[in-house]
Design a protein around this ligand. Structure first.
Ligand code: AMP
Length: 198
């Protein structure tokens, strides 16, 4: 069983790659952004979530940690999970580590898609033409990048210290980036199977 996080700035290609990986390797895809967008149309959370998303701010840790924890408990099973957009703060990351350890299914690796901001912004703006997402406009994108720098980027060091971080260049085409990630996952699965067999 492998549990992966796909990491990167807004527009780095996390969602696109996570979908492809989930399909190919039969991992269950947990996208916090998608879950929150779905929840924001439900009565229970409507007010609390929509405001944060449309501003480009993070929803409060307590709220998202609870939502993800329930999802993980429900979906944890072979062959594993892929997290996309989660965690985004140190608090989220340490609570996820604890949860996965408790479930005896620790985090395998964090795949960091590295993309320069200028290219990422262009990608989001072109996605915005068809996504219908209210947060895909220049003002909100700038705020999302600021928050990424302040709150989320420190996770790179956090995971590097744990020896979990693998960085991949996100500039090439979707297909090329995907090919690299697939090769990497094969290696991870192989070394994981070797450890299990010991
Ligand atoms: P995404 O689809 O990953 O770009 O996320 C869209 C928006 O959902 C973000 O700008 C945040 O407002 C919210 N969001 C998604 N994931 C998280 C998270 N892990 N923590 C807090 N807010 C989140």
């Amino acid at each position: 069983m492998i549990n992966l996080i796909i990491f990167g700035s807004p527009g780095a290609g996390k969602g696109t790659q996570a979908q492809l990986i989930a399909k190919k390797h039969r991992l269950y895809h947990i996208s916090s952004g998608e879950i929150l967008r779905a929840e924001s149309s439900s009565k229970k959370y409507k007010e609390s979530i929509t405001k944060f998303i449309n501003q480009g701010s993070l929803v409060p840790d307590d709220l998202i940690i609870g939502i993800i924890e329930n999802k993980v408990k429900e979906k944890i099973k072979e062959p594993g999970l892929i997290f996309d957009g989660y965690p985004r703060t140190i608090r989220q990351a340490s609570s996820l580590n604890k949860l996965l350890k408790k479930l005896k299914s620790p985090l395998t690796a964090v795949i960091n898609l590295q993309l320069e901001e200028k290219t990422a912004v262009e990608r989001i703006l072109s996605r915005g033409l068809s996504s219908g997402r209210k947060d895909d406009n220049l003002k909100t994108i700038k705020r999302r990048f600021k928050i990424y720098e302040q709150e989320t980027k420190p996770l790179l060091k956090y995971y590097a210290k744990q020896g979990k971080l693998i960085t991949i260049d996100g500039h090439p085409s979707i297909a090329l980036v995907n090919k690299k990630i697939n090769a990497l996952i094969k290696d991870l699965q192989k070394s994981h199977a070797e450890v299990e067999a010991r």
